[in-house]
Design a binder for this molecule. Structure first.
Ligand code: AMP
Length: 398
């Protein structure tokens, strides 16, 4: 069965068509600047030429229409008709406490997703627009929602509650939810599979280090803690997000700089993280590494602070699970930045971690980067959220 995986943002839409039998991606692409002047669709069929087409996309329905047109194009398409698309899997950012698993999308489910809009005001409305656009053009094709938060719903109360007045949880459901759940689930399962061990027997820590970044603790096949919170702002230092900090800093900056809460939130989300900490050198680790190698003190400080925070989270999850068997690195930085992995692992001597630097420099494959006598296994596992969404979709529609 061919599964169309849709990841819809407010002005962008990423898509992949995945054959669920071979688990191969047969075409993928991206619509950008939806509803904005200069919109364009990029389409790459497997084994074919990448096409970029600048064309008006006033709304998401038009974007989806162009995606379906590209997929069925007689010359460059990969399917003859829409009948060859068996189901659509939608990535949905926030499922609140309502969704602890993926689900077939019905009118009731759409209402429940809408009720989570307050928790993810930038993402959930866009996800719903994507679902509506697909429903309009493929009314008889089953749709499945896969939630970024669902995998973390197994966290115990002590891990998800904040030290705030309890009424805020009762009234507004303010608690830790966590994100990147599809990736944490995919990577932790893959680690067990690669090592030939039972998922339910392992204590695994997954470091998803991308532009957004989070760590999770997976004990006996269930997530027991994760670093992102009510929103994706908490936890690690990220590309442009601050991660953990003293909440009183918000008031301090507001007074010193005469800024509103909205302005400060925008700084914490868009101008902080490694971008801010490096004094605006870059949010990209390729640049930071290159600058560090040239002796740039801003880059060195940034990389050191970043790795220290990751190591501290690993330590806290070792405590939460009373041990760890496997630590996995994934996503853009986790998969590619050998220096970051090496520096993080330098803090892990107490876990008996010994890095094999030759293995640590391999790229693009699942690899164990510790020596055979290392007490804890450290792995690099490329994440594949689209494949995980396709698998969930097939499971629910078959
Ligand atoms: P993601 O959000 O998972 O796509 O990760 C994107 C981030 O990965 C980029 O902003 C870079 O910081 C980082 N990245 C990608 N490629 C490399 C690389 N070859 N070396 C170091 N960092 C990389």
């Amino acid at each position: 069965m061919n599964i169309l995986v849709i990841n819809c943002g407010s002005s962008s839409l990423k898509f992949q068509l995945i054959n669920s039998d071979s688990e191969q991606c047969i075409a993928k692409g991206l619509c950008e600047r939806i509803g904005i002047e200069g919109s364009q669709i990029t389409y790459s069929p497997e084994g074919g030429e990448k096409e970029v087409n600048v064309t008006p996309m006033p709304d998401h329905t038009e974007a989806i229409r162009l995606v379906l047109e590209a997929l069925t194009n007689p010359k460059t398409g990969v399917v003859k008709s829409l009948d060859e698309i068996g189901a659509v899997g939608h990535r949905i950012v926030h499922g609140g406490e309502k969704f602890a698993a993926s689900t077939v999308i019905t009118d009731e489910v759409m209402k429940a997703i809408e009720e989570c809009n307050d928790l993810a005001p930038l993402h959930n409305p866009a996800n719903l627009i994507g679902i509506n656009a697909c429903k309009a053009l493929m009314p008889n094709t089953p749709m499945v929602g896969v939630f970024d938060t669902a995998f973390h719903q197994t966290m115990p109360e002590e891990a998800y509650m904040y030290g705030l007045p309890y009424e805020y949880y009762q009234k507004y459901k303010i608690r830790r939810y966590g994100f990147h759940g599809t990736s944490h689930s995919f990577v932790s399962k893959k680690a067990a599979e690669d090592l030939g061990k039972k998922y339910e027997d392992l204590k695994i820590i997954v470091c998803h280090l991308g532009n957004g970044a989070s760590v999770s603790a997976v004990k006996n096949g269930k997530c027991v803690d994760t670093s992102m919170g009510l929103t994706p702002l908490e936890g690690l230092i990220m590309g442009t997000r601050s991660g953990d900090m003293d909440p009183a800093i918000i008031e301090f900056i507001a007074h010193k700089e005469g800024k509103s809460i909205d302005e400060i939130m925008s700084i914490l989300n868009k101008k902080s993280g490694v971008q801010g900490l490096s004094d605006n050198l870059s949010s990209d680790f390729r640049d930071l590494e290159a600058e560090h190698n040239k002796g740039n003190a801003n880059a060195t400080r940034t990389l050191k602070t970043y790795c220290y925070r990751v190591a501290k989270y690993i330590g806290s999850y070792v405590a939460a699970m009373n041990g760890v068997d496997v630590i996995c690195f994934t996503a853009g930085i986790g998969e590619n930045a050998a220096l970051v992995r090496s520096w993080v692992c330098q803090y892990l001597g107490y876990l008996g971690v010994t890095i094999d630097e030759e293995a640590n420099h391999k790229r693009g494959e699942d690899v164990v980067i510790t020596t055979p006598d290392s007490k804890t296994t450290v792995m690099v596992i490329p994440t594949n959220e689209e494949l995980a969404i396709a698998r969930e979709t097939v499971r629910l529609v078959k």
